[in-house]
Design a protein around this ligand. Structure first.
Ligand code: MN
Ligand code: MN
Length: 440
């Protein structure tokens, strides 16, 4: 968990997480698939592929023909956050501010009155790419969304529903308060902010149009509790599964069946887009693997490689919260510290939107875990008709492969300080590793 915390601190966006994963993979001898193809390298068993800088796959080629399927673990590396809008800098009441648009399912009040860091990239008009990280170093400034003081909140917020109290358009970042130029000029506080951005990073207001800048909690991962048995951090959904899947594949001996770790983007907004799980990224990677291992790459072979694969959809479940037990059904809820959680189905209402793993496949995974002394539990995401949610499982199941959701259960999911059990995180790693070593 010490290395896990370091990973979290350096992986606060999908691009940063992808960078950390590649760094760790290259250190263990993984080779970029494009390099391998161009240089016609032979006998390379460890391969990775990065796509769009924020979606990637690692593979350890097995002894068996890939057409007989791979063991796949699919996590996601995007997390809820505030993205800067494309027209973002403005001023109001002599304060320089930046407009944001939230990404994923957030509780808006979590983002008020906390220090936020900015991470991202800007493509300038000359096509130069600038990376920025502001607010992670203790000497850096941070940004914040202001909140209303309790003394004055009563009349305008007191009787409203919680969903109406906090407005997305009010999640604006405080970005400066020193004006530029003389009294006669307009927008001096906005200019103050833009001027600093130009001086320090060389980019202009228009450059925000082609930028992806994310405001995320500036705090670092911390131990939680007197006994330090838990980790508190932003972004554990789903970087806890990304990290444990990464460690599992890095520590997998050359297997019989090819081992693949997928790290998707865009899960928190529905898995759309070319870097999300609904894209053809996996098919593309599979066909690359067939090609480099000298197997047939026709459509039928690819279809067989997909349908014969087994997949763990590596995502978190909600641990039962002592303060909100009423949203769970105790007999079927996951609990913190009770090990890796298998979630047979997700969805809402009558299992709507769920791929619902087969009894046979759940049985197979249960046997693997039992054989390897993995501490596991099962969990449903909340009581029936209480709410619900989904993962990448159904998008992978579409190709015919068996998929089961499997990951640790955490507290305060989607908050800036999610809590995981260190024992569960370790069990997740061991469980994923056992799955990769399964040869049937
Ligand atoms: Mn997730
Ligand atoms: Mn999520």
């Amino acid at each position: 968990n010490e290395n896990y915390k370091k990973f979290l601190n350096k992986s606060k966006t999908e691009r940063k997480a992808a960078g950390q994963i590649i760094k760790a993979a290259e250190a263990q001898g993984f080779v970029d698939i494009d390099t391998l193809v161009t240089k016609k390298l032979k006998n390379v068993k460890k391969i990775y592929k990065i796509f769009q800088g924020r979606c990637l796959a690692l593979a350890v080629l097995g002894e068996k023909n890939l057409v007989s399927g791979a063991n796949i673990i699919a996590s996601h590396i995007d997390s809820p956050r505030l993205d800067l809008k494309q027209n973002t800098v403005y001023e109001d009441l002599s304060i320089g501010l930046m407009k944001t648009h939230y990404y994923g399912g957030i509780r808006k009040y979590h983002w008020l009155a906390v220090p936020l860091a900015l991470h991202g990239i800007i493509i300038k008009s000359n096509n130069e790419k600038i990376n920025i990280t502001i607010g992670e170093d203790p000497d850096d400034p941070v940004f914040t969304v202001t909140d209303l003081l309790p003394h004055l909140a009563g009349k305008i917020q007191g009787n409203k529903k919680i969903s109406d109290v906090f407005e997305g358009e009010k999640l604006n970042l405080v970005a400066g308060s020193i004006p530029l130029g003389s009294d006669e000029e307009k927008d001096r506080f906005k200019l103050g902010v833009l001027n600093l951005l130009y001086e320090k990073y060389g980019f202009t207001e228009e450059d925000f149009i082609s930028a992806e800048i994310e405001a995320v909690p500036a705090e670092k991962a911390r131990d939680v509790g007197f006994d330090r048995s838990m980790t508190g951090s932003y972004g554990q959904d789903d970087r806890v599964c990304a990290y444990t899947a990464l460690e599992a594949i890095l520590n997998t001996q050359p297997p019989d069946r090819t081992a693949i770790a997928l790290f998707f983007d865009k899960e928190e907004i529905g898995s759309d887009g070319n870097s999300g799980a609904k894209s053809n990224f996996l098919e593309d990677f599979m066909s690359d693997l067939l090609f480099i291992s000298g197997q047939k790459t026709d459509n039928r072979s690819l279809r067989k490689a997909m349908i014969n694969s087994s997949c763990l959809s590596a995502d978190v479940n909600a641990a039962m919260d002592p303060d909100y037990k009423e949203v769970h059904e105790a007999m079927n809820a996951a609990k913190l510290g009770f090990g890796l959680c298998m979630t047979k189905f997700t969805g809402v209402g009558g299992k709507s939107g769920s791929s619902d793993a087969s009894a046979e496949f759940v049985g197979k995974i249960r046997q693997i875990f039992n054989k390897n002394k993995i501490v596991w539990q099962t969990g449903e995401l909340g009581k029936i008709d209480q709410g619900g949610g989904g993962t990448v499982a159904k998008f992978l199941a579409k190709s015919g492969m068996n998929v089961l959701d499997c990951g640790p259960a955490i507290l305060s999911m989607h908050s800036p300080f999610e809590v995981s059990s260190k024992a569960d995180v370790y069990m997740t790693y061991l469980g994923y590793k056992a799955f990769y070593s399964d040869n049937d």
